[in-house]
Design a protein around this ligand. Structure first.
Ligand SMILES: NC(=O)C1=CN([C@@H]2O[C@H](COP(=O)(O)OP(=O)(O)OC[C@H]3O[C@@H](n4cnc5c(N)ncnc54)[C@H](OP(=O)(O)O)[C@@H]3O)[C@@H](O)[C@H]2O)C=CC1
Ligand SMILES: O=C(O)CCC(=O)C(=O)O
Ligand SMILES: [Mg+2]
Length: 421
């Protein structure tokens, strides 16, 4: 049985359904269960830069795993939807409404990376999608495979799942440009109202952290820890400095534990380790970043805000092989809507070279099949990757750090996964 990544309350039914002779093709949610037909339509965004390289490898692995698991009884109908450069070149829109609507309609989707220009231009399409669909959890498990190259002595100790708030924080992009009329208006307002002196020629960003946003994120993280027999949930914050945003996240997080899980959680204040209960604790972000190197065994489920979660997920990925192998999911645990997504970006210098590691998107697919309840497929994907790595048949990112490795292209790595399933 594979590790499942999702709260048990979203237990899936996969024995569904036909209406007369018409096979239903839409994943839906009924009560707390996802209902997955045998031939679901799954929308996908190929992605910019290396998106094309990794998606074409990934989709072959997914189809091969489904075929092997179900011998034609089930299959995925992939439906391309557009965003980013490919969309802009076609219709002048970076993120067409139709794309957002398709993800809503079909409930479960997957995407490659999309470019966000630095210091100007369009705002992140990734963030826009997450916010428009209110995919409030960014869930990033750190998956260790035997034989991966790592800068630490015991990468196998990194067994964590990051729950990152996905809709708020400075990450949401409420920013005003230095010397703009708007920033001057805000600077004057802040000076007159609060006496705050903000230096001239400053850009200003707003960091909203709400009780609502915190509560639903921490609720999902604790529920996950309980459902999966995890020992602890650590709230990671910089609340000593940002008292009313990150500090409030910490306080609201503890309240969720106390009010909603009084019999299933405990805190250090309440005494020694309590078997069968989940410890809810907190760590300041800077200390956390050194402790994941010095004492990783002490961390399990991590709940944090958007920007911290971004940094933390890449830092943790580095310990188990890097962002080329780090998967993720953006999920709304209330509506069931989910978009699975590689953790890394478009890596433009490698675009079109059939070179990068496709494992991040393939393992995002592993999470997706697990979410859909197609556990046999998920199992095969993980097995294929694990055996390919053990055989040292790997892409450039691993090969440069491994002795005696055979360096293969993106497409060849997909072949190796399929052979090893
Ligand atoms: N969710 C999304 O769509 C995301 C989009 N982005 C966007 O991507 C663009 C490029 O960002 P950038 O900062 O270069 O970050 P990237 O994550 O694209 O690349 C940074 C480095 O990570 C390594 N890397 C990335 N992908 C892979 C892979 N598949 N296999 C192996 N190694 C990999 C490479 O390291 P090395 O050079 O050592 O080989 C690469 O140079 C930006 O526009 C950014 O905004 C960024 C993150 C997420
Ligand atoms: O949207 C982007 O360009 C970056 C997103 C990102 O780095 C992430 O979500 O991990
Ligand atoms: Mg990131």
């Amino acid at each position: 049985m594979i590790d499942t990544f999702f709260p048990i309350h979203l237990a899936m039914r996969t024995d569904l359904p036909t209406v007369g002779n018409i096979v239903k093709q839409k994943i839906t949610k009924k009560g707390t269960s996802l209902q997955v037909p045998d031939t679901p339509i799954i929308p996908f965004i190929e992605g910019d830069g290396t998106g094309k390289d990794i998606w074409s490898a990934a989709v072959r692995v997914f189809d091969a795993a489904v075929r092997k698991a179900y011998k034609g009884k089930r299959s995925i109908i992939w439906q391309e939807v557009y965003a980013g450069q490919k969309s802009f070149d076609q219709n002048g829109e970076w993120l067409p409404e139709e794309t957002v609507e398709k993800f809503k309609k079909y409930m479960v989707g997957i995407k490659g990376p999309l470019t966000t220009p630095i210091g100007g231009g369009i705002r992140s399409l990734n963030v826009t999608l997450r916010r428009q669909l209110d995919l409030f959890v960014c869930q990033r498990p750190i998956i260790y495979f035997e034989g991966i190259p790592s800068p630490v002595k015991h990468p196998e100790y990194i067994d964590m799942v990051v729950f990152r708030e996905n809709t708020e924080d400075v990450y949401a992009g409420f920013e005003l440009e230095a010397e703009s009329q708007d920033v001057e208006k805000l600077r004057s307002f802040l000076k007159e109202t609060y006496g705050w002196e903000i230096r001239a020629q400053s850009g200003i960003g707003i960091k909203p952290i709400s009780k609502f946003g915190t509560e639903r994120l921490v609720q999902a993280a604790i529920q996950y820890a309980i459902d999966h027999g995890r020992e602890s949930v650590t709230l990671v914050h910089k609340g000593n400095i940002m008292k009313y945003t990150e500090g409030a996240f910490r306080s609201w997080g503890y309240e969720v534990a106390k009010n909603n899980f009084p019999n299933q959680t405990y805190t250090w204040d309440e005494g020694e380790k309590t078997p069968g209960k989940v410890l809810v604790k907190d760590t300041i972000a800077d200390a956390f970043l050194q402790q994941i190197l010095t004492r990783p065994k002490e961390f399990d489920v991590i709940a944090t805000m958007n920007l911290n979660g971004d940094y933390i997920s890449d830092a943790l990925a580095a310990q188990v092989g890097g962002i080329g192998i780090a998967p993720g999911a953006n999920i709304n645990y209330e509506t069931g809507l989910a978009i699975f997504e590689a953790t890394h970006g478009t890596a433009p210098k490698y675009a079109g070279k059939d070179m990068v590691n496709p494992s991040s998107i393939i393992l995002s697919g592993y999470m997706m099949f697990s979410y859909m309840g197609w556990t046999e497929v998920a199992d095969l994907i993980k097995k294929g990757i694990g055996k390919a790595i053990l055989a040292k048949t790997v892409t450039y990112d691993f090969a440069r750090l491994m002795d005696g490795a055979t360096k293969v292209a993106t497409s060849e790595f997909a072949d190796a996964i399929i052979r090893n399933m």
